[in-house]
Design a protein around this ligand. Structure first.
Ligand code: ARG
Length: 600
């Protein structure tokens, strides 16, 4: 350590030395560039993790405040109540006036016309790691119905978010994390039988926004053949074509089971699938529309849209003689109701619930949420069961942590592999990257994904709540709120180093790696001075690098990890009082852009 400090304080000698032998060498610009690109990816992952940790607590605060407003003695209920959950009774399937008549029979998703903003208040979009993949339909305050095949190969709820419907004046749509994915237990990915899944949202949809639920069928059968129903989505404009940029809509008539079977052959199972469209072709749903709604208007003084189908599959898109296939929602009525009404303790807690949970040091006398589920599993009196249930709950929480950490590491590794190519010893990158991710993560939690939930963004595309100390007084009369606010403040401080870097400046810039050729270690590495920049600030630190292709590949992740740690420590020391900085400034040096960066 002392040696490192001394080395850093000594000015680096010239790259050439006496007797014509070079004593020092610099890594070439191409390696620095590749390293910088990799570093930028690591920074992005670190920022996403930090945002996520902060957002989780912010959401807990929102929940808490909401509960207190709703249940506190003498407190008025919030002006904008949450939607009903489970779905009925309550308003459903109501479209906004002015958005209804525009949906003409000639509209189409394949090749077709855009729906006016806010025309389909229950239509949502499902994103996997930020990538839109499927449509979905809001059926209650916290429930979205979609196609089970959307989750094939990606059942990890931590990676999914749902974007709710935009408002009638194009008001931006809210993005909500997914808490739980419940594919139909009999979904068959080969045949697409029972292609239905319920998605539970992490926060309930508020009536203050534009999103509204659709109605679910009351009877286990559809309106008569020939009824003109509506489909909507962001799916492809034609087969293998680009996805639509705005919602598209079309009217399609329901077809009889016989017509469908004749058109589509034995692949169609009328007990759980229905088909709709034109045998002439041309108007249809397409790739990307899956999970979206097929709704039919229920006539009456106030017409309501009822969800009869969920877009599932087709043979091409809009091909003559090949209507689209939709999962028959009406026959799953009981399953849907059962799932949405199930008591929380009847299901194993989701990873999101467990990661948001702060486990007590000691198991409590009786099992509380989110662990109550495990209490049902062990026999014996409640007192004896609680510690066991607590253990099981903690175990599952650890698995969830690993899952979320593994995902972040995989992303980093994927980046590293792109950078260095498949080389022998590549597997040894993992420990270095694992250390990096662990050291970067905030206290306890490390879920993998960024969520965009809260206004008040500092960095572009990054949204997290601002600290508002003046709100502290609100905590009176709302138990549990103050510790949560403190937790949020601590998290924000711990992650400030990365959260404060605006997205456009979130780039790592390795400027120089100068290796001392006379310092070869027994592992074939050389001592080196490294100068790196982040968002216009510079750090200098000493490290070890290899100079042969194999040793170089192995040593670069360490440089990356060290650079990240140095930025973090330097920023944290800067935020602390003068005395605390002294100890570390010898190890890490910092300069402002525009000034001459310090040379070691
Ligand atoms: N399976 C497609 C998806 O995942 C939906 C296809 C609908 N095709 C059709 N011709 N109607 O988005």
């Amino acid at each position: 350590m002392l040696l490192a400090v001394l080395l850093l304080l000594l000015p680096p000698p010239d790259a050439r030395s006496a007797h014509g032998h070079p004593l020092y060498t610099r890594l070439p610009p191409s390696t620095l560039q590749a390293l910088s690109a990799q570093g930028t990816k690591a920074l992005q992952a670190a920022q996403r993790s930090a945002q996520w940790a902060v957002n989780l607590v912010a959401m807990e605060i929102q929940h808490r405040v909401h509960e207190c407003q709703g249940s506190g003695p003498g407190r008025p209920r919030p002006q904008e109540p949450l939607l009903q959950d489970p779905p009925e009774p309550g308003p459903c399937g109501e479209r906004r006036p002015g958005t209804v008549n525009v949906t003409q029979a000639h509209g189409r998703i394949v090749g077709g016309s855009a729906a006016p903003p806010g025309a389909w208040p229950w239509l949502v979009r499902l994103q996997l790691s930020g990538q839109p993949l499927c449509g979905g339909v809001l059926v209650a305050a916290t429930w979205v119905l979609t196609a089970a095949h959307c989750f094939a190969g990606a059942p990890n709820e931590l990676l999914w978010t749902v974007t709710l419907a935009e408002g009638p004046r194009g008001e931006p749509a809210e993005e909500v994390p997914v808490n739980r994915i419940l594919p139909h237990p009999k979904f068959d990915p080969r045949t697409f039988h029972n292609d239905l899944a319920l998605v539970q949202l992490w926060t309930p949809v508020s009536l203050a926004g534009a999103a509204r639920p659709v109605c679910l069928p009351q009877e286990p059968r559809e309106p008569p053949t020939g009824t003109a129903c509506a489909i909507a989505g962001w799916g492809a404009l034609f087969e293998d074509g680009p996805e639509a940029e705005a919602v598209r809509e079309a009217r399609v008539p329901l077809l009889s089971a016989d017509t469908c079977r004749r058109a589509l052959g034995p692949g169609l199972s009328p007990s759980t699938m229905l088909c709709a469209g034109y045998l002439a072709g041309g108007i249809d749903s397409c790739q990307g529309d899956s999970g979206g709604p097929l709704t039919c208007s229920e006539p009456g003084p106030r017409p309501r849209e009822v969800l009869y189908g969920v877009t599932s599959w087709g043979d091409g898109c809009g091909e003559p003689g090949k209507p689209g296939v939709y999962t028959r929602v009406a026959v799953f009525k009981d399953w849907l109701r059962e799932q949405m009404n199930a008591a929380p303790a009847s299901r194993e807690p989701s990873c999101r619930e467990l990661l948001a949970w702060d486990p007590p040091e000691e198991p409590l006398a009786d099992t509380a949420p989110p662990c109550a589920f495990y209490a049902h599993l062990c026999p014996g009196p409640e007192g004896a069961c609680a510690p066991l249930a607590h253990q099981q709950c903690l175990q599952r929480r650890r698995r969830c942590e690993l899952r979320s950490l593994a995902h972040t590491l995989l992303e980093l590794l994927r980046g590293a592999q792109e950078l260095f190519g498949p080389r022998p010893g590549m597997r040894r990158l993992a420990p270095a990257l694992a250390r990096s991710a662990t050291s970067l993560r905030g206290p306890r939690r490390h879920p993998a994904r960024e969520q965009r939930l809260h206004p008040g963004s500092r960095a572009a595309g990054v949204q997290f709540p601002k600290r508002r100390p003046e709100q502290r007084g609100d905590a009176h009369g709302c138990p549990g709120l103050e510790p949560l606010k403190q937790k949020l403040a601590t998290l924000q401080d711990a992650h400030a180093w990365i959260l404060q870097v605006p997205l456009e400046r979130l780039a790592m810039d390795f400027q120089e790696v100068l290796a001392d050729l006379g310092s070869k270690t027994i592992t074939g590495l050389f001592r080196a001075w490294v100068r790196a920049g982040l968002g216009g600030r510079y750090v200098v630190f000493s490290s070890l690098v290899g100079l042969e292709p194999a040793t170089l590949a192995l040593s670069l992740p360490r440089l990356l990890v060290q650079a990240l740690q140095t930025f973090r420590l330097t920023a944290q020391a800067e935020a602390e009082p003068e005395g605390a900085q002294m100890g570390m400034r010898q190890d890490q040096q910092l300069g402002e852009q525009g000034q001459d960066p310090p040379r070691s």
